[in-house]
Design a binder for this molecule. Structure first.
Ligand SMILES: Nc1nc2c(ncn2[C@@H]2O[C@H](COP(=O)(O)OP(=O)(O)OP(=O)(O)O)[C@@H](O)[C@H]2O)c(=O)[nH]1
Ligand SMILES: C=C(OP(=O)(O)O)C(=O)O
Length: 235
């Protein structure tokens, strides 16, 4: 089964406020964009993904992520994360009725295509399924088969709320890169230790958190775009 991913992204200057003590206002937008670039690049390199739709109103992010091969959907509702996701899924299904869709956070800088494949293949066994974040309270991925609405309930305690919504919790091990979202400085350290993608490695090298000896270091660039696998366009 091949999935369309719906990836939400807040305007860069307003995003990741909880990282303010790790990355100041001058560098945080670039760091948030780098997280999204590494997330989208890994997603597009994943064989279980047919295409990626990023729901954002940020012009710079839209330009950079489109250059990687993502489709950009304006955040027309403008009323928060779950409205943005429901809108993105509806736009996808208008174009491709019956498409399996999965919401994926844009703050997964260590994301590995092979681990994402394993998660999506596991999700394909259920009508709706989700993956809890590394902290164990939130969600990084929510998937819905072609005959189901996504019904996103991201935000505080979303693990509990997705469970209560009837979605199956995916319990597979060895998919840390799909679980490791970055909200805080310690989260960024954990992602660096897993090994982040090249965009985040470049921006975080200038931060105190990125300059330390720990960490697996940057991973080789994912090949997507010219020379790599091109996603099918969403049209
Ligand atoms: N399009 C869109 N994306 C959103 C919105 N709110 C959050 N997101 C995205 O949803 C994902 C999960 O959100 P959070 O992890 O809470 O990120 P955040 O809101 O930037 O972080 P904080 O400011 O620290 O709360 C991230 O990829 C965000 O960029 C929204 O209103 N619209
Ligand atoms: C959006 C979520 O949380 P966070 O803001 O912690 O990334 C979530 O886990 O549903």
């Amino acid at each position: 089964m091949q999935w369309t991913l719906v990836i939400p992204l807040k305007p860069l200057t307003r995003a990741k406020s909880r990282l303010a003590d790790t990355a100041d206002d001058g560098v945080r937008p670039a760091l948030v964009l780098a997280f999204a670039q590494d997330t989208v690049a890994a997603a597009l390199a994943c064989p279980a993904v047919s295409d990626v739709a990023v729901v954002t109103d940020d012009e710079r992010a839209g330009r950079e992520l489109a250059a990687l091969g993502a489709q950009i959907v304006p955040d027309a509702p403008g009323s928060g994360l779950n409205a943005a996701l429901a809108h993105g899924a509806a736009v996808v299904r208008d174009i491709r009725p019956g498409a399996p869709v999965a919401a994926l956070n844009a703050d997964l800088p260590a994301l590995r295509a092979a681990e994402l494949s394993r998660v999506l293949n596991a999700a394909a066994e259920f009508p709706r399924a989700f993956l809890a974040d590394a902290a164990g309270v939130g969600t990084t991925l929510l998937a819905a088969g072609g005959d189901r609405a996504l019904r996103p309930a991201f935000g505080a305690d979303s693990r509990m709320r997705h469970r209560a919504s009837g979605a199956a919790e995916l319990t597979l091990a060895g998919v840390d890169s799909v679980r490791q979202d970055v909200d805080t400085g310690p989260d960024l350290r954990a992602a660096l230790a897993l090994g982040v993608g090249p965009y985040t490695a470049a921006v975080s090298a200038a931060l105190p958190v990125g300059a330390g000896p720990a960490g697996a270091g940057p991973r080789p660039a994912v090949r997507c775009g010219p020379g790599g696998r091109r996603p099918e366009p969403l049209r």
